[in-house]
Design a binder for this molecule. Structure first.
Ligand SMILES: CC(C)(COP(=O)(O)OP(=O)(O)OC[C@H]1O[C@@H](n2cnc3c(N)ncnc32)[C@H](O)[C@@H]1OP(=O)(O)O)[C@@H](O)C(=O)NCCC(=O)NCCS
Length: 150
């Protein structure tokens, strides 16, 4: 694990300048994001930055963000008060997909989760991405359930 690489691409934690260097454009691959209200984006960034249990990784190519993924670390009462990792919002810009950047982002966050002491990491995905995540060590477990509040 953790051995994938795409030439000229570096993975690191999110930095303030990334908001103006393509972070939202890369998220467009997942859901429309680049048209979001700038004030709301700044507020979200402030909240995310203040939470040490919310880690956002970015893939940088030519000083631009070309991919992103997030890890939430949850403290539990069960499992001996252990930590569980949750991966969310994995997205690679349309023009950069298929170059192993998604794999690099997820492997980076799995490494963070391991180093933070998480006993497991989970995520939800579409059926078509089961192979993509299986190659990184994920196993299919349980059923995804959801309620929409609005
Ligand atoms: C899914 C996604 C993050 C993968 O990132 P990526 O950088 O393109 O993926 P990689 O280059 O690391 O792909 C590794 C493998 O997964 C496969 N793969 C990638 N995206 C896939 C998809 N949508 N469906 C099926 N297989 C896919 C690739 O073909 C590749 O397989 P190979 O090694 O046999 O050629 C990216 O395609 C993306 O942003 N998609 C739109 C948003 C999305 O669906 N996000 C996932 C939310 S769970």
């Amino acid at each position: 694990m953790g051995t994938s690489s795409a030439p000229g691409v570096r993975i690191r934690d999110l930095a303030p300048e990334d908001l103006d260097r393509g972070l939202l454009d890369s998220l467009d691959a997942l859901r429309p994001a680049s048209g979001a209200d700038p004030g709301a984006v700044r507020r979200a960034y402030g909240e995310i930055r203040a939470n040490p249990n919310h880690v956002v990784a970015v893939a940088i190519h030519d000083s631009r963000v070309v991919g992103t993924a997030a890890l939430l670390v949850e403290r539990k009462f069960i499992h001996g008060g252990g930590l569980a990792g949750h991966i969310e919002d994995v997205a690679v810009s349309a023009g950069h997909q298929g170059a192993r950047i998604g794999t690099m982002l997820v492997e980076y966050l799995l490494d963070v989760a391991r180093r933070r002491g998480c006993y497991r990491t989970t995520l939800d995905c579409e059926e078509g991405l089961v192979g993509f995540y299986t190659r990184m060590g994920f196993e299919r477990r349980g059923v995804h359930m959801r309620v929409d509040h609005r």
